[in-house]
Write a new protein. Sequence first.
Length: 483
Amino acid sequence: MQVSALSFRPITLLFVFIFAGAWAIALWQYQPLWMVVPFIALAIYAFIPALLKPSITLFWLLFICIPLSTEWQLLPTLGIDFPDELLMILLTLSGLFYFLRYPTKLPEVLGSSSLFTGLLIQLIWITICCIFSYEPILSVKYLLAKIWYFVPFVILPVYFIRTSRDWKIWAACWLLPMLVLVLQVLVRHSLYGFTFFDIRKAMSPFFRNHVNYAALLTLLLPVAAACYHLTQKRSPIRKWILIGILVGVAGWMLAYSRGAWVALPCGIGMVLIVRKKWMLPVLAIGITAILILSAWLVTERNYLRFIPQHDQTYFHTEFRQHMQATFEGKDVSAAERWYRWVAGVRMIAGEPLTGFGPNSFYLHYKPYTLRRFRTWVSNNPEHSTVHNYFLLLALEQGLIGLFIFLALLTGMFISLQRLYWQLQSNFYKTITLSISGMLTIVVVLNLMSDLIETDKVGAVFYSCLGAILLLQQQLHQEKTALA
């Protein structure tokens, strides 16, 4: 039997040397992580064709992997969400290479939409904040991460999704893997008697905690509701969608997330607001209420009324006690939030223009804390942040960064109401209502957290922006057809 000369091509020999070298280092230094190197090299080689042009197969695969991904700590200071973040990077590289070579392939709506212009302005401002950052390396990592969220979730949906069938595939890529996850969480959780304390065990390794799990589940319920509404009444698929929604609602309730329980009704309320054309008055009332509350807190130092009693704040393993402590102001998580919020506001006063730089909160907030607000979990071993995304933006990117994001967010809400009333197709009007609910859920959840910075909720938020651009494109097509 003859051995083909192709077996000894330089590329083959290169991989032999990479494999042998990596495994030799792994055995010599007792570092098994080196064993992964040749497989990463093979994967990169296999995906080189995909770098030349964005692949729709990888695009769908990304959304399938988002619920299924888990955090993988490569080094003490470097972690990655695996495998979805690798797919984001690959799609970003291929998208950038392709559109730089063929700029005419960029969807026209990107050039005409003020929302996409706002996104670019946000990216420019983040770059400026990186220049003045207290932690430039961490800030540049944040900037790169934003780029590989913007491209796959905002730009590529407008490039790939062109028909109602594509929208349905997109929804299925979100919903089906999440349904599988919810079912397995419910089964595993039942083995612990559906207790509040053991919910974390049931969702590992796919979610860091019950808050992340409940957040993604809550965000996808409006998608499932839209699928149910758009499916013909006599179709057998409609029954299965309803069963899936009921499973999702059960998972939502048994996730024991107070934020998710508040966010979903708010999302439903936003659907009513859009249908009644109440968006502008509601936004005005909301902004006014926030300004009045903020002024009251700082006037005569009213925020000091929320100083926790250190020895009376607890973490409860029983949910009933957990809720009781919440209403009595003795829940340790709520008390710790006040500790960090006060520090965050004081940091804004220190650097109001460009902030401390993206990804810099943890390394710099301790000197700005007030000891009177300290709790027994204030040592913060998880390195978590300020637990309010809007406050986080202001202290890391300055008040200008917060204003840019709020302007983008406001534009998204106003665009959704306008799209709902101008689109002719019931299919796209239903999608518009679904996105309105999802965007509201994101806002409510991030008043008490910074989940936009996670792979699962961040993917949903930027996908909402990509979907709005798609709907703007659809509206333009409808107007052109009527002209």
